[in-house]
Design a protein around this ligand. Structure first.
Ligand SMILES: *Cc1c(COP(=O)(O)O)cnc(C)c1O
Length: 367
């Protein structure tokens, strides 16, 4: 079976360096908030092209803490409206509701699966205070347009960059477009730890201070607590491993682009809609997502051909039990996306043979 994602193969590329990094941390006797985290934060900030990075426990916490910090700073108030794509992974929305802010779900553009700036402008009210742009599947949202809207209406622009490490548009990377950005280092993400991890990037010094304190029991200084904080920190061990993998990230993204280009050039089937790519650098190919009206049949057929695929995502947030109040709301584009999408095998270590097998299998799917 060609796996959807060969995590073991990805991490095997770095085995010697990772063992060395692990040993260094083990032998240091220092496992929380030390030099590895501090160094990784600087390296990741430099990579993204921002001044600051704060390591946190996971991607959801990164987003939760961004909103929480803006609330503590008095920039956001309970009940303020935050525009968010209706077809995002539920974590984006959880970060909003966790802070008692109000998500305003907006339909995506059907060609990119990212926020449609036209729809965004239509839902802005005096209560709107922020846009949470999600770079879904690894492709940057239309940030120039969203930034123009945010500036015009005085809104915060926050990025959910959990799927888009290394994607860039007009030379500006994911994580550097908004007022702040949340990243995830969940193992399957483009920059993945061996466990959970996350980070916030920003140029805002006050926000950085607030997030650092909030993630550390609300404390700037030992035994002085200014907020009712949480414990959300990136471990030294994960930071040390991430430093190794960050050095290989651009090469991995290039490998992903090769796989994506092979798919884009060679998959030819009247019922399979390939992803649209505006700018080649804007897509870091976390996922290669096709659309097909016979999605479930296609997925079952591919299993028979020895090709594993996944669905990102089978059920949209507004249809989840967690958001029962929204279950009757109708988002036709979002619902269509969730019904039709299928994610093909994608990884920097996918062999040319396997890519060929995936392409040939798809092209043979009954018409
Ligand atoms: C993975 C993901 C998150 C959450 O990150 P975790 O590290 O798993 O908490 C948030 N948003 C999006 C779009 C994601 O893909």
């Amino acid at each position: 079976m060609i796996p959807f994602l060969d995590l073991k193969g990805i991490n095997a590329q770095y085995k010697d360096e990772m063992v060395e990094a692990f040993t260094k941390v083990l032998d240091s006797g220092w496992y929380i908030q030390g030099l590895e985290v501090k160094t990784f934060e600087q390296e990741f900030a430099d990579y993204c092209g921002v001044e600051r990075c704060i390591g946190v426990a996971n991607g959801l916490d990164a987003l939760i803490l961004i909103f929480r910090a803006y609330m503590e700073m008095g920039v956001l108030q309970e009940g303020d409206e935050v525009i968010v794509p209706a077809n995002t992974y539920i974590a984006s929305i959880l970060a909003i509701t966790e802070n008692r802010l109000k998500p305003i779900l907006v339909e995506p553009d059907l060609t990119t699966y990212n926020l449609d700036p036209t729809f965004v402008e239509q839902v802005i009210t005096p209560r709107t205070k922020a846009i949470l742009a999600v770079h879904l599947y690894g492709q940057l949202a239309d940030m120039p347009a969203l930034k123009a809207i945010a500036d015009k209406h005085g809104l915060l622009l926050i990025e959910d960059s959990a799927q888009a490490h290394g994607a860039s548009l007009n030379g500006i990377k994911a994580g550097a477009w908004g007022d702040a950005s949340g990243f995830s280092f969940y193992p399957g993400k483009n920059l993945g730890a061996l466990g959970d991890g996350g980070a916030v990037t920003t140029n805002n010094a006050e926000l950085t201070q607030a997030i650092r304190a909030l993630g550390n029991y609300g404390s700037h200084k030992k035994y002085e607590n200014i907020y009712k904080g949480v414990n959300s920190r990136l471990d030294e061990m994960q930071a040390a491993l991430l430093r190794v993998k960050l050095r290989g990230l651009d090469a991995e993204i290039e490998q992903r682009r090769k796989v994506a280009n092979a798919y884009l050039e060679n998959i030819k089937h009247p019922d399979i809609i390939l992803p649209h790519v505006g700018d080649s650098q804007a897509h870091a190919w976390h996922l290669f997502v096709v659309r097909c009206k016979k999605r479930n049949a296609l997925q079952a057929y591919l299993v028979e051909q020895g090709v594993q695929t996944l669905i990102h995502y089978p059920v949209p947030p507004h249809k989840q039990q967690a958001y029962l109040d929204w279950n009757d709301e109708v988002y036709p584009i979002t619902e269509k996306v969730h019904k039709d999408v299928l994610s093909l095998p994608m990884s920097p270590v996918l062999s040319e043979d396997d890519v060929g097998t995936v392409i040939a299998s798809l092209n043979r799917f009954s018409k």
